[in-house]
Design a protein around this ligand. Structure first.
Ligand SMILES: Cc1ncc(COP(=O)(O)O)c(C=O)c1O
Length: 284
């Protein structure tokens, strides 16, 4: 494999040579946003949707998209060509730039624009077959989880709790209602019907959430977008996670209790197949 090439402020360079000043507001305040764009065979998947969400996140923090759609497309194409293997994820981060430390926004400071590629971390076959173990925790994050902020301490602490017990994800519940997981959206299946909570300020609108209507239609699964109560999560026949890297993943253990039959279920299988179909369709 060739050495990793990244992009920093207009220059493509080896990842281990890229440097950001310590007064970057991303480092000092977590003042920035990010995206993770999956790519298969060096072609970004749902690129337009990812760049649109980046624009919305930037807008929410009072920043403009520093590059625009065409320039992002060219940048991603270069990174995908310059890195291996063929299946990659592109991480994009835009911060409010380098300035004297002061909470208020600096004036006329150029943003820091960084992007790098990492090999697509495919879910291991054994985990796909077995399904994921998850724990639940109260969602104590801030009330603007719809912004894909680089300030991820709430998500980091939530994820660490599951890592410490050897589980793959932490599902978050706020006031008795499912929100999302530390780095994925969450869906429940009861009596053959798929349900996922409506997107609002308490959840990140996953790009796969936007795809779910089409996937469910292909899979022939009725989909309801409505608040999902914690008790429904606890007596679900199936629980699913979606994210760029997990794609669609079955949850078979919740707080050490078996979910449904304890094996990835038929709705999971149908949606996972539909997702692979959507990837294939884009490649054709
Ligand atoms: C908190 C959170 N929710 C949901 C998602 C899923 O979003 P996507 O499908 O765009 O990867 C992510 C992805 O990393 C996330 O971090």
């Amino acid at each position: 494999m060739r050495p990793s090439i990244c992009h920093l402020n207009g220059v493509d360079l080896p990842l281990d040579e890229a440097r950001v000043p310590v007064l970057d507001r991303g480092f000092i305040f977590g003042d920035g946003v990010y995206e993770v764009v999956p790519a298969y065979g060096r072609v970004p998947f749902r690129f337009d949707e990812h760049i649109a969400r980046l624009g919305r996140s930037l807008g929410e923090i009072g920043m403009r998209d520093p590059l625009g759609h065409e320039a992002w497309a060219a940048l991603l194409a270069r990174l995908l060509a310059d890195n291996d293997p063929a299946d990659q994820c592109i991480y994009i981060q835009v911060t409010r730039g380098v300035a004297r430390r002061d909470h208020a926004f600096p004036k006329d400071t150029p943003p820091t624009v960084f992007a790098y590629s990492f090999p697509f971390p495919h879910v291991p076959e054994s985990l796909r077959r077995q399904g994921a173990a998850c724990i639940t925790l109260p969602d104590t994050r801030w009330l603007r989880a719809h912004i894909k902020s680089i300030a991820l301490l709430g998500n980091v602490l939530a994820r660490q709790a599951s890592a410490e017990v050897g589980a793959q994800e932490t599902i978050l519940v706020r006031d008795g209602w499912l929100t999302e997981a530390s780095a994925s959206n969450v869906w429940v299946v009861r009596h053959g019907r798929l349900a996922g909570p409506p997107m609002d300020n308490l959840k990140l609108a996953g790009i796969r959430v936007g795809l779910m209507d089409a996937l469910a239609a292909t899979a022939g699964v009725p989909l309801e977008r409505r608040p999902v109560a914690e008790w429904e999560l606890r007596c679900a026949d199936e629980i699913l996670l979606t994210s760029a890297t997990k794609e669609v993943l079955a949850v078979t253990t919740l707080d050490e209790r078996q979910v449904g039959t304890g094996k990835p279920g038929p709705v999971y299988a149908a949606l996972y197949a539909a997702y692979q179909g959507a990837k294939q369709q884009q490649a054709d």
